[in-house]
Write a protein that binds this ligand. Structure first.
Ligand code: NAP
Length: 359
């Protein structure tokens, strides 16, 4: 994997000083740190507790990157002020990736909204005080396209209305955090902001802790989703999400802009299962082969909160544009089929999924 990271436009002469990454213990953050180190960036990462540094090192090693000499750690939690000033001190750019993304929604939405929104403001405030040039924030398509439009076509011009009926807490946390970030820079200035809005992120995993998105693939491969909801979503590769952050960090035209990160046309759960079946015939029996109808979903959503999102979307097929990232930042994401296959292969390689063919 390291060779692949280097082949994607690496330079031995970083155009930034020390880069601070939040959320490095996570899926996107782990890939982000590996890529930065492989390109020779001095990289500081925040972890919530000092003992968590080993987790980041394990992710970086798994990516095949051996530049730990460039890695520094700082301790800070999005929910508290402590540590952010020290984390940002001497930093030229911040990649603010961290945000709570639990597999199961919490009972109280503030558990997500407060760390996402107030944590973002803590990061921005510390960064501005430290004289950081630019912050790139990982937002989400959740902040763009969850207030359904009649034509179902979405670009960076679109915003999810946080008051949308039935909007899940995670989506609300992302839209409120991104709004707060733009308000911060527009009101007070003094720092550049660029935002990346990825759709569902898939692609190789680097460790046993799985992001909410990747649990879908594991669940499908292990027979945990015998029937799937009728729902279409965008897919983007984690390596391309990282690549887009780096372009947004460096490109002069990225300041003040948001960029949708999407690898291709939206796919359905069943379409994802078909791709997996074609790639891994040994998983055929475990993989879902049918989907709920809309009526079945609406009925099931009455007792199953996890289906409310899908039922509310009513089988729509969102058309999500990557034109801006492609044209402004020359971003070229890989094919969605490859991303789905690589997700599965990495889960198997790490022993997180074992395929058992029926005799
Ligand atoms: P992940 O693997 O769950 O990582 C989340 C990261 O955020 C972890 O490092 C976590 O740290 C950190 N974090 C959460 N709460 C925190 C807090 N209170 N203080 C400090 N750090 C905290 O999820 P991911 O997929 O990598 O997500 C990374 C970013 O991408 C998030 O902003 C997410 O909203 C966004 N995103 C993800 C997807 C997707 O499909 N995966 C799609 C669009 C956008 P701990 O290890 O300490 O918990």
């Amino acid at each position: 994997m390291a060779a692949e990271i280097r082949a994607s436009g690496a330079s031995d002469a970083p155009e930034a000083g020390t880069v601070l990454v939040t959320g490095a213990t996570g899926y996107v953050g782990g890939h982000m740190v590996a890529r930065l180190l492989s390109e020779g960036y001095r990289t500081r990462v925040t972890v919530r507790e000092p003992g968590r540094a080993a987790e980041v090192l394990a992710l970086v090693r798994r990516a095949g990157v051996d530049r730990e000499d460039l890695l520094e750690f700082a301790v800070a939690d999005l929910s508290a002020d402590a540590g952010w000033a020290a984390a940002a001190d001497g930093v030229s750019h911040v990649l603010h990736v961290a945000s709570p993304f639990p597999v199961t929604p919490p009972e109280n939405e503030d558990e997500l909204v407060l760390p996402a929104r107030d944590g973002t403001l803590r990061v921005l405030s510390a960064a501005r005080t430290a004289g950081v040039r630019r912050v790139v924030m990982t937002s989400s398509f959740a902040a763009v396209g969850y207030t359904v439009k009649p034509d179902d076509r979405y670009s960076e011009e679109d915003w999810t209305d946080p008051g949308t009926d039935g909007l899940p807490a995670y989506h609300k946390s992302k839209v409120l955090a991104e709004r707060a970030a733009w308000d911060f820079v527009e009101t007070d200035g003094g720092i550049e902001l660029a935002v990346v809005n990825p759709v569902g992120i898939f692609g190789p995993v680097l460790g046993p802790r799985l992001a909410a998105s990747v649990t879908i693939v594991r669940s499908m491969l292990t027979g945990g989703m015998p029937v799937v909801p009728l729902m279409y979503f965008g897919v983007v590769d984690v390596r391309d999400v990282v690549d887009l952050h780096l372009r947004a960090m460096l490109h002069p035209k990225a300041a003040g802009e948001r960029f949708l990160a999407v690898g291709g046309p939206s796919i359905s759960f069943l379409g994802m299962a078909r791709t997996l079946r074609a790639h891994l015939p040994a998983a055929a029996d475990a993989l879902p082969s049918s989907e709920l109808t809309l009526e079945q979903m609406r009925e099931a959503a009455k007792t199953e909160p996890a289906l409310r999102d899908a039922a509310g979307l009513g089988g729509r097929i969102p058309v999500i544009s990557s034109a801006k990232a492609r044209s402004v930042l020359d971003w070229e994401p890989r094919d969605v089929t490859r991303t789905v296959r690589d997700t599965a292969d990495s889960l198997i390689e790490l022993g997180l999924v074992t395929l058992t063919e029926k005799p």
